[in-house]
Design a protein around this ligand. Structure first.
Ligand code: AKG
Ligand code: FE2
Length: 279
């Protein structure tokens, strides 16, 4: 049995207690998010918490679903009418292994943190989101991204508003989180995006997250990637999702693409019967 009290370092970060210390933390996270869309709370997860999250992820690592595709930074199809050097025409291999959310038990450490009311409220206050609900998707609300040497998380812009991640284990080498803050805020800025893609931009910030760090990242306007990994050790990152509408789930297509399966709820919400669904 896990408790948020033992999984989080609440002495250092008293997110469970209204008062000046919590206010100061929320305000510093907000400032970081406003500055460049990225906030890190170093060591929010306790040492025991990291150990428990790692054991849990290792225990279900066989359930990871690996997908491969080739994608540009925008997740759009190729457009041959554009010049070959246009960033929309730069495609990279992306391989991704997600351990779907239905592998994480309600009483396990990952879900204990996700479901903790004060933790959720801290994330919501930090993001200043009025509408903020746990994702109702049983495959996607809390997942672990597992990556090995050579796995690629190439340059991209996110299509969601924000991503909340918890670093659980790093690879032996590589894996820095690199981002070009707000590179397309207001304007697509294709020339500078092209420079990031070909390694000549001076707008890239690199951060090394350590196990236990929480990251809140707004990646819609900031081009980002995870630098290539090296060594035998796998990288594990927990990804937690909240959404603006209660009861939302992903489409069956999206689930199959990311998790290798879809559940009855996905077909029902899409108005389909699983046995008649053709994709
Ligand atoms: O694994 C990470 O640290 C971030 C991955 C990422 O950029 C994403 O999930 O969109
Ligand atoms: Fe991303």
């Amino acid at each position: 049995m896990h408790s948020a009290q033992s999984l989080l370092d609440l002495e250092r970060y008293p997110i469970h207690q209204n008062g000046p210390a919590r206010d100061a933390l929320v305000s510093s996270v907000r400032t970081d998010l406003q500055k460049d869309g990225c906030a890190i709370v170093k060591g929010l997860i306790s040492k025991d918490g990291i150990e428990a999250l790692l054991a849990e992820a290792e225990g279900v690592s066989d359930c990871g679903f690996r997908s491969f595709n080739r994608t540009n930074a925008y997740f759009t199809p190729d457009d041959p009418s554009l010049p070959p050097e246009d960033p929309r025409r730069q495609f990279f291999d992306r391989s991704n292994t997600f351990i779907p959310a239905d592998n994480f038990q309600q009483e396990g450490p990952l879900r204990t943190i996700y479901a903790d009311g004060a933790f959720g409220l801290f994330i919501q206050d930090s993001l200043q989101e009025d509408r903020f609900f746990p994702y109702a998707d049983p495959l996607a609300d809390v997942i672990v991204n597992m990556a090995e040497a050579g796995n690629g998380f190439p340059w991209h812009f996110d299509t969601n508003n924000f991503t909340v991640t918890v670093a659980i284990q790093n690879a032996e080498e590589g894996g820095a989180f690199e981002y070009a803050p707000n590179i397309r805020q207001g304007d697509e800025n294709f020339d500078e995006v092209a420079k990031v893609l070909n390694g000549t931009s001076d707008q890239v910030t690199s951060i090394n997250l350590e196990p236990g760090d929480l990251q809140i990242f707004c990646g819609r306007y900031s081009l980002h990637r995870v630098a290539p990994l090296r060594g035998d050790r796998r990288r594990f990152v927990g990804i937690m999702s909240w959404v603006q509408e209660a009861g939302m789930v992903a489409t069956p297509e999206r689930c199959k693409q990311l998790y290798g399966k879809a559940l009855p709820i996905h077909y029902e919400r899409a108005g389909l019967r699983a046995d008649t669904y053709i994709d």
